[in-house]
Design a protein around this ligand. Structure first.
Ligand code: SF4
Ligand code: SF4
Length: 478
């Protein structure tokens, strides 16, 4: 359990007095907002301007927007304990899981409309029909492919919103409408890994979890990156050469971004060519498989695009999946390429932020080597890593990296728990180094005064007094 003190220490501040400006400084202005809508849902004083959360009224600094934003902090270990039982296996690249399997809907009606194997749609309908949930927060789109948060309360509405949209939108902003207007008591949520983190915070993080935690089922999608609606329009125009109105369906498969057009044409471009259109915060995202969902669903790792890969994680997820299987709503198959999913996850976890040379020249006074700085920055980019991963990324032998990590640990730039290294907040690190520097400098001043200066003064007095007739004695300090 993370204590309040640890949290304050981690964030270096007491979050109880935080307001929107702090959220802006730490998340929005750093291009790290994922447009989940959590802050919009919690606070009527926050609206959207230029596609970004914006303060539109007086801020009483209650700190709730800051507390519930998934990008300010995410109490990972605490939530892992709450969501997963001891029997779940844990894999660094895949997160917690009880079962990983390929699956496909048995309904042709669903398969016609849904993305790939239609597992998400089938599970949602099963959950609605069995009374596990009575509504779903998900996304839908209009005929211009304009995405919008959507509340589905019937199987027909779920089917109408089937298929991936590939655009970020604030789905959580309609939470209150679902709970207070539509009186939904048990909600499901379908979304991206980053959104799932916001939903878990609503569900599990006090004090608002009573009011905002009506989620009974959380289905996460695999995600390597995403787009804003505006950048999607540009991508489709620039790379596919059509308008959004001509699009029937998008897919990302085998390294390709694929557009299925209404006239039956299929156009594809390399996913690499789409990177300049990616949503800014995707660069800092490490979660490929929605590690905090009850069930995660994607297409990578399947035999062909008509199946889904399914990672069953929590008991709630396992129960629903078994239920769908025993009532023959889905088929399953063991033909799943786990390595492909792991590689996709690894690629995302190992995204490194590039730095500039100013960092090296500014830090050289601390007597720290370039390789130590590189190792620390690599760990800052990864968030956490074991020795093997560090060696792989730094392209160095284990003994070299081990020694660097050991020095950084002694110098309190990094910490280690269960063989996993994590970076210490740079504000702490630099503050400590400056204090050390100051203390060392003070020690040196005392030594200089007591030893060198005394000796120099004596030599000066012994050898120079006779020459001082014309000198202003005020400047001579004995
Ligand atoms: S990530 Fe979500 S909660 Fe955080 S600032 Fe963006 S929209 Fe608000
Ligand atoms: S890459 Fe990460 S931040 Fe971007 S949409 Fe996917 S889950 Fe969200």
């Amino acid at each position: 359990m993370i204590t309040k003190e640890q949290m304050i220490d981690y964030l270096q501040c007491d979050i109880s007095s935080f307001g929107f400006q702090d959220l802006y400084d730490l998340v929005i202005s750093k291009n790290n907002c994922i447009n989940c809508g959590a802050c919009l849902s919690i606070c009527p004083r926050i609206g959207i301007k230029n596609n970004k959360p914006t303060l539109i009224d007086y801020d009483p600094e209650c700190s709730l927007c800051f507390k519930y934003c998934p990008r300010t902090f995410f109490p990972k270990k605490l939530f892992e304990k709450e969501i997963f039982n001891e029997q779940t296996q844990k894999d660094f690249l895949l997160g917690h899981y009880q079962e990983i399997i390929a699956a496909k809907s048995t309904s042709n009606n669903i398969l016609r409309k849904a993305q790939n194997g239609g597992v998400v749609t089938t599970l949602l309908i099963q959950a609605l029909n069995t009374g596990l949930i009575d509504g779903v927060l998900m996304t839908n789109k209009d005929e211009n492919w304009y995405p919008k948060p959507f509340i589905a309360r019937t199987p027909e509405e779920v089917i109408s919103a089937a298929g991936s949209i590939y655009a970020m939108l604030p789905t959580l902003s309609i939470y209150k409408k679902a709970v207070y207007k539509y009186k939904i008591k048990n909600l499901a949520f379908v979304g991206l890994p980053c959104q799932i983190q916001a939903v878990r915070k609503f569900q599990l993080w006090p004090p608002l979890s009573n009011k905002y935690g009506k989620f009974k089922l959380i289905i996460g999608l695999f995600c390597s990156s995403n787009y804003s609606y505006d950048s999607m329009i540009n991508l489709v125009h620039d790379l596919i050469g059509v308008s959004m109105m001509e699009i029937k369906k998008f897919d990302v498969s085998h390294g390709k971004f694929i557009a299925y057009l209404n006239d039956g044409t299929i156009k594809e471009v390399s996913i690499k060519d789409t990177s300049k259109y990616h949503f800014s915060s995707c660069k800092f995202c490490k979660d490929y498989t929605s590690e905090f969902a009850d069930i995660s669903v994607g297409s990578v790792g399947t035999l062909n695009d008509n199946w889904n890969s399914v990672i069953v994680r929590s008991n709630a997820g396992q129960q629903l999946f078994n239920d769908a299987l025993t009532t023959r709503k889905i088929f399953v198959s063991n033909k799943i390429d786990l390595l492909k999913i792991k590689n996709a996850s690894k690629k995302k976890k190992l995204q490194i932020t590039q730095t500039n040379n100013n960092i090296y020249s500014a830090l050289k006074f601390l007597g720290i080597s370039k390789s130590q700085i590189d190792t620390y920055i690599t760990l800052l980019s990864l968030g956490e890593a074991d020795l093997n991963m560090m060696c792989e990324i730094m392209k160095q032998r284990p003994e070299i990296i081990y020694n660097i990590l050991k020095t950084l640990k002694q110098r309190k730039w990094i910490s280690i728990t269960d063989q996993v290294y994590s970076p210490i907040n740079p504000s702490h690190v630099i503050k400590r180094e400056i204090n050390n520097f100051r203390n060392d400098f003070k020690k040196h001043i005392n030594t200089i005064k007591s030893e060198a200066l005394e000796c120099l003064k004596t030599i000066f007095v012994q050898n120079n007094l006779m020459n001082l007739e014309n000198v202003d004695f005020d400047y001579i300090i004995f």
